[in-house]
Design a protein around this ligand. Sequence first.
Ligand code: NI
Length: 187
Amino acid sequence: MTIRKIARMGHPVLRKPARALTLKEISSPEIQRLIQDMMETMHDAGGIGLAAPQVHEALQLALIEIKVDNPRYPEMAEEQELLVLINPKVTVLDETEQAFWEGCLSVPGLRGLVHRPRKIQIDYLDQNGKEQQFIAEDFLATVFQHELDHLNATLYVDKIKDPRNLVFIEEYQRYILPESKDQELAD
Ligand code: NI
């Protein structure tokens, strides 16, 4: 396995729509290796999600894994075992908006307040090419939407309604977090 370099905001690969994978590609050694590399890269960076465009591959592939013992996010209350999401389709089940402070490995050092629907359904293929369905709500719904936005060339900063709600992490932790009941999210 190899830790891959993470593309930062401004790199064109983050603004290129990702293409779907075929079943043949999913079972190929190249894609299976990419999945392993993304896992290692995500663990190394302390992320809770990683999308293929973030490692310079414009493919519809993303990982999500939330562990409560993640030292970067001690406030994380719910766990999510590792999910490998390929060619995902999102359906909004509840349009009620919720807001979380988001961060992104491709936008280091910043946090931004993003409003998103609170419940979604994701239809996707797993790493064996098998059809799967997952329903995510609350904080987890935001995590999924953030990751899957990467596959549509979208970053969380695009979705911040009020630009005043884009801040540095240190200032977020000092001035906003103590006042806030919101959970923090960073992939
Ligand atoms: Ni991100």
